[in-house]
Write a protein that binds this ligand. Sequence first.
Ligand SMILES: Cc1cc2nc3c(=O)[nH]c(=O)nc-3n(C[C@H](O)[C@H](O)[C@H](O)COP(=O)(O)OP(=O)(O)OC[C@H]3O[C@@H](n4cnc5c(N)ncnc54)[C@H](O)[C@@H]3O)c2cc1C
Length: 405
Amino acid sequence: MISPRDRFDVAVVGSGIVGLGAAYAAARRGKRVVVVDRTERPIGATVRNFGHLCIGAQDGAARAYGEVSRGIWRRLAQDAGFWLRESGTLVVAREFDELMLLDEAAHAPGGEDIRLLGPSEVLAAAPVRPEVARGGALVGGDLQVNPREAAAAIVRLLASEGVEFRFRTAVIGVEQGRVRTARGDLLAEDVIVAVNHDIDQLLPELAERAGVVRCALDMMRVAVDLPGALVAPVLTGWSLVRYARFARLRTAGALRERLHARRPDLAALDLNQMYTQLPDGTLILGDSHRREVQPDPFQPETAFDAFLEEVHALFDIRRLRVLERWQGVYASAAEEFLVEQPAPGVLVLAATTGIGMTTGLGLAETEASRAFGWQAAGPVPDPLAAAAQAVAADPTSHIPQEENA
Ligand SMILES: Cc1cc2nc3c(=O)[nH]c(=O)nc-3n(C[C@H](O)[C@H](O)[C@H](O)COP(=O)(O)OP(=O)(O)OC[C@H]3O[C@@H](n4cnc5c(N)ncnc54)[C@H](O)[C@@H]3O)c2cc1C
């Protein structure tokens, strides 16, 4: 016999950003929601990333989920009181082929959100070494959060609005109307599974059919003495050849070939050379990628050596001290998203590439309402829309302009 305290409208498995997005979507519709997680608080990919909400570099479904996510992130940041900035994304071009790809993107249909920058504008936006910056671009509309505080703040907000969290409770099975946990069963009309790469532990056949494996990343946080701040997350050519909006363009192939031919050592790490600066001034550096069903937990020092060498080559660093190193893991598959209904009333959601912070809230809002026929909860009120529109209209409004750039 299940007690009334274990009966809900919606049960969400996983308290990462996708699960929190699902809980928020359900709670906004007045549903009684429980979130179950085996850990004591969110400590998965959602707290281990760059905090870069990189909407403008996405394409297709990822772009659509990202656009929905943007409004939800803004609303949550205001209501839950965590740091979010309307930064856009700065791309630093060090070679002509990177400038060509940025130029192609800016002149493609929909390219109005990409503002090409001259060298001095790049230098005004980030303390890059003057001799390496040939130019760059600012992609408007992107956001930045501190991943270490955002999930915890969203948990507090949702809990204060009546969502129940059952932490330290492993889920061992899901079926229509029921979630089996190590502490007993819960009943719920709708069940949403958002366990990232660990889907292979809960629903192994589904994971194998979708080809889900783990992608392990090395990451590092450093204290740096720099002559200026990063106004936005910084991407390089290594990022352009990964993110769909740029990677599908005509000039991307030649750039990829050049990068790989010139730096096979970095290509072997499957490097995405990028940087975010946290409000305390420290920099997150990364990242390398290893895809396997069960990647080794041991982090070879080669990746960290490369991060340090490359950060010194790009930025005008006077002093640097390594503060932390960690491994992050996310689900990886041929498709960018896993959206499946293995049983009536059970929905499985995952970002199966490294863009879940950008897309996860929109993925959950869109797919949960579609799968369960939830009525529209009205547009997410967007308290910062005016500021965002201003940045979208002129993404470089916060960067000093270079004449004739
Ligand atoms: C190093 C790194 C850098 C990244 N950088 C970015 C970035 O800058 N921008 C971006 O958009 N994306 C980035 N990503 C990707 C992004 O972080 C992930 O896609 C996203 O956080 C996934 O969210 P999630 O909720 O699916 O997973 P998670 O945050 O991993 O949450 C899953 C939760 O499910 C729980 N769980 C699993 N199995 C069970 C079970 N059986 N019972 C109960 N609970 C269970 C886990 O304990 C966990 O809390 C990065 C990822 C990594 C690892």
